[in-house]
Design a protein around this ligand. Sequence first.
Ligand code: MG
Ligand code: MG
Length: 624
Amino acid sequence: MNPTSIATVSLSGDLPEKLQAIAAAGFDAVEVFENDFLTFDGGPREVGRMVADLGMTISAFQPFRDFEGMPEPLRARGFARAERKFAIMNELGAELMLICSNVSPQALGGVDRAAADLHELGDLAARFGVRVGYEALAWGRHVNDYRDAWEIVRRADHERIGVILDSFHTLARQSPLGPIASIPGDRIFLVQLADAPKLDMDVLSWSRHFRCFPGQGDLPVADFMRAVAQTGYTGPLSHEIFNDQFRAGSARRLATDGMRSLIALADQAKPHLPPRAQVLGVEFIEFALDEDTAAELSGLLSALGFRQTGAHVSKSVARWSQGGINLLLNTETDGFAQSHAIMHGPGVCAIALRVDDVGRTMARADGLKIPRFEQPVGPGELQIPAIRGVGGSLIYFTQPAGDLGHIWEKDFVPVRQASPTAALLQSVDHISQSMDYEEMLSWLLFYSALFQLDRIPQLAIADPGGLVESRPLVSASGSLRFVLNGSQATRTLSSRFVSEHFGSGVQHIAFDAPDIFAAVKAMRAAGLSFLDIPENYYEDLEARHGLEPAMIDALREHHILYDRDGEAEFLQVYTHVFAQRFFFEIVERRSGYAGFGAVNAPIRLAAQAREARPVTMPRSLRER
Ligand code: MG
Ligand code: MG
């Protein structure tokens, strides 16, 4: 892999904080952004020493603006400015200066004029022992395409002058990637990487505020990388990200994300890690609880049609099952689940995913620098491989083959058989996780780099307290669906979930019902009630979809929300919020409905806001 680098502008914090975070994440080099240098209270030698002491080099000093093609006296002034910067670079220990294409209205066009200026600058650079890389800005006045920048560099014909390629400027303008391959690798002095979400806005604002790490946006950065690989370029791959969210986030987390993004991108361009894991299904979801909430949750699960089917051989962990769903209620008084419950309150502390191959999944996680988690197990019990997931929760892995395909036989004793009547619920349809808005891109990258999951475009959902951004990640077979929710508004349910429960985590779990009406009926007979939906919703539904009155009546009667996409239909119903912490959803997908009923989310959120109070189970249910 090429040396790894990141521009200081990509992270939050002051220069020493940024450099420490970058070094801790394992980068080889750093692009020193001039503004980070200017605002630092120390000389260039001190900065150079800090970088060297952290075991890194400086991949570039940048940016140098509005240089080429200037009329006099601006031209002479440009050379004087460059000379001062070269002197600073000598003290910094920086060997490459980045020049971006001129945006000044006074700039004169002409490839030969620009080439002549750069050639002369090359002579000046030689006196200082430095090099200059020329980059086309997508909004450059005369040069806004890498092909023109390369033509100018080619004509400048100076060993100190090379071209800098930037994935954002190239892909934002949809420049063809083919011609990159014809640039000799040693004439490329630096490759900068950035992705961005598809947004319909002017390129300058898009670039300055919405760039993100490759793997977090929608641009074909891997195609760009494959073209770069054909040149034989061996220099640094350097993230250059301008993003308002990043500037508000933690420098350490961002630097780690940046490294993970580079590793995943290099792997996409030229595979060196085991492939992304295929998720076959959700093996179990584990709740960390105290005795009282465990009793209450058992009551709720009974009403939902679950039965306790097993008990852990050595720990205080109960297995509840129905259809292909397994839920674990962990009431251990020490160990991971207990500390999770103390930190976060009652809730989901772990998710186990059944993957095609656990060994390869863990090897890929290691390659992506995702921390492993291990805890002591009793004699004869399985050590189920695990990594750290959202909010400090765990993701365990099982697989069909070998011991890890027999966790229930090995680690659990059967309590009694699951109810012989047909299961009301069949499988986990989706798992919804709430997090700080700044964290969403981190987890998006985490999940999509590790698993074969496709991203569905982000949706903004109206909560009574503000907007919630919702981002689904789904496997092609539907075996796993995550929905990530983040909100910047502090009064939304999603952000209150995060702030009141000390961090991110699972906010709701949706189960798939073969017949949602039958399921709701049986659950109500067992004493369960569902989230109240206003009458207005059903009147609007009738007008919108022209459903039969009998169908509308049935939906209303069962508190079920409805959506349709062509012939495909989606029915969904919600439990009340449990312990002010999480809730369950029951869904029925008909004719391949692929979404999540986003159109109904504001109705659900408003209903929950009205009910924002704990709902305890009646004692009669607890005793079941
Ligand atoms: Mg750039
Ligand atoms: Mg849902």
